[in-house]
Design a protein around this ligand. Sequence first.
Ligand SMILES: [Zn+2]
Length: 82
Amino acid sequence: MLFRKKCPLCGYWTIFRVTTRFYRAREKCTYCGGEKSVPWNRKVQADMDEKEKYLTEMETVCLELRCLKEPGDHVRLPFSSV
Ligand SMILES: [Zn+2]
């Protein structure tokens, strides 16, 4: 699964790849390769879906977000986090 997020390691908004295994997930930045293990459950997934919806709405005012399509894509945005 892919989602968009600001990477705390490289500081760019990039595509993250999430792989889940039971109640843990690994989030990996497709730009710098930094990864992190996080808890995983329905709530985390629901929050992620909400954020993705919000980011899709933000695309109308923040055109850079539209550039994030493929793994490895990265942009700097005027806002730091969602
Ligand atoms: Zn990164």
